[in-house]
Write a protein that binds this ligand. Structure first.
Ligand SMILES: NC(=O)C1=CN([C@@H]2O[C@H](COP(=O)(O)OP(=O)(O)OC[C@H]3O[C@@H](n4cnc5c(N)ncnc54)[C@H](O)[C@@H]3O)[C@@H](O)[C@H]2O)C=CC1
Ligand SMILES: O=C(O)[C@@H]1CCC=N1
Length: 266
């Protein structure tokens, strides 16, 4: 099978690496480029993967997945560009970095795909979106799709939607964990032992997510089923409305979208 290089093996790079291995990619078909020596050794010990220089990885691989922070993207592209060649595929998982930004920094004819995964990919429940750049054919897009599909679902979207995707599903797990953390803390305030509160909240979130996916019922309907007239849920939801939680979610996701848009310009 074709070689795939992962450049930048932090949280998301390791998530992609481990997902590809779980999905059955032979470790011999994978290469990692990672700046921090200690981290590189850790990955070789954990997965038996070869860690090589970025240049060597770019030279050997047919597909190069770039998983460094957006702020490190320009330096990395400048480093590997001499080894990139037309027909090769670069998949960027970096927030905010446009395909045009990458295409301007690599040789003409290199295919570029912008991808936005999320961390539930670690448990094969990821949600990723991909968007093609201007020299990307169907074969390249299918390869990027198969890369991301190793850890969950993948949607193809137009690139103009990618900043919104980043705000919703890319950052999304953090919002859910924030809600979970807040509910656990509330349980403790109500007198529950922390372990009991954690069990109650985690299973409630898992069960609610499963209902959403398996019934396909609109969340408003599911919420109404929980909300008895004059009952406990109505009392709680009224407080959430008074505290403008819905408006806060909208403002939060607009801020994430705006931050994503700004990253290509930095
Ligand atoms: N963490 C998340 O939930 C998500 C992250 N992303 C994107 O993934 C990218 C990486 O994010 P994280 O993994 O969270 O960051 P991280 O900081 O955990 O990992 C980045 C890794 O890149 C390495 N690195 C930096 N410059 C390098 C270079 N020139 N050559 C080789 N390695 C280099 C760093 O040593 C580090 O291990 C970012 O662009 C982020 O926007 C996308 C979706 C979700
Ligand atoms: O916070 C970030 O910038 C990255 C992108 C999406 C999730 N984490």
């Amino acid at each position: 099978m074709a070689q795939t290089a992962i450049l930048g093996a932090g949280v998301m790079g390791e998530t992609l690496l481990s997902g590809l291995l779980r999905a059955g990619r032979p470790v011999a078909d994978l290469l990692v480029g990672e700046k921090r020596g200690e981290r590189a050794r850790e990955l070789t010990e954990r997965y038996g993967v070869a860690v090589v220089s970025n240049l060597e990885a770019a030279r050997q691989a047919d597909t190069v997945a770039i998983v460094v922070k957006p702020q490190d993207m320009a330096d990395l592209l400048a480093e590997i560009s001499p080894e990139l060649r037309p027909g090769q595929l670069v998949v960027s998982l970096a927030a905010g970095i446009t395909t045009a930004y990458i295409e301007a920094r690599v040789p003409a004819g290199v295919a570029v795909v912008r991808a936005m995964p999320n961390t539930p990919a670690l448990v094969d429940e990821g949600m990723a979106a991909i968007a093609p750049g201007s020299h990307c054919d169907d074969v390249h897009l299918a390869e990027a799709e198969s890369l991301m599909a190793s850890t969950g679902r993948v949607l193809r979207v137009p690139e103009k939607q990618m900043d919104a995707v980043t705000a919703i599903s890319g950052s999304g797990p953090a919002y859910i964990f924030f809600v979970v953390e807040s509910m656990i803390e509330a349980g403790v305030h109500l007198g529950l032992p922390r372990a009991t509160s954690t069990d109650l909240v985690v299973q409630t979130v898992v069960g609610s997510a499963k209902m959403l996916r398996e019934t396909g019922t609109h969340p408003v309907v599911l919420r109404e089923q929980v909300t008895s007239p004059g009952g406990t849920t109505a009392a709680a939801l009224r407080e959430l409305e008074i505290h403008k939680v819905r408006a806060a979610f909208l403002a939060a996701m607009e801020a994430a979208r705006d931050r994503s848009q700004a990253l290509s310009g930095e």
